[in-house]
Design a protein around this ligand. Structure first.
Ligand SMILES: [Zn+2]
Length: 125
């Protein structure tokens, strides 16, 4: 067998954003495409205590894009580098929706009684 440098299980092209090195002996759970990380310092927390802001602390947050080989769904993960939490995993579409809603909250938080719980297409979540 000729060594092409491409693992036998990798039967698709890497997306243009994939920066991951794929190896023949990658565990099946590790067979996914992954982008370079975007890392930034933030003040964030898991929000699992009372008061909510008691969990806020300086963290290095990392954003990566990924997709399992053979699957169509691309995800984006936002997670702390040095802690298990906070961690948020969303699909590409949900990331776009999140960006839209974050922009709304940052520019003008919805007023009481105005938040409908519906997305911009008017569909219930
Ligand atoms: Zn890849």
């Amino acid at each position: 067998m000729v060594d092409t440098g491409v693992p036998s299980w990798l039967d698709e092209k890497c997306p243009r954003w994939c920066a991951r090195t794929h190896c023949e002996d990658d565990h099946p759970e590790d067979r996914y495409h992954q982008s370079e990380a975007t890392i930034f310092t933030a003040r964030a927390g898991a929000g699992d205590d009372v008061p909510l802001n008691a969990t806020i602390r300086p963290l290095e947050l990392c954003i990566r894009t990924g997709r399992y080989v053979g699957e169509r769904e691309t995800w984006i993960v936002i997670e702390a580098l040095e802690a298990a939490r906070p961690r948020l995993l969303v699909t590409e579409q949900s990331a776009r929706d999140l960006l839209h809603h974050l922009d709304r909250h940052l520019s003008r938080p919805p007023r009481a009684g105005r938040e409908t719980g519906r997305d911009r297409r008017g569909e219930d979540r």
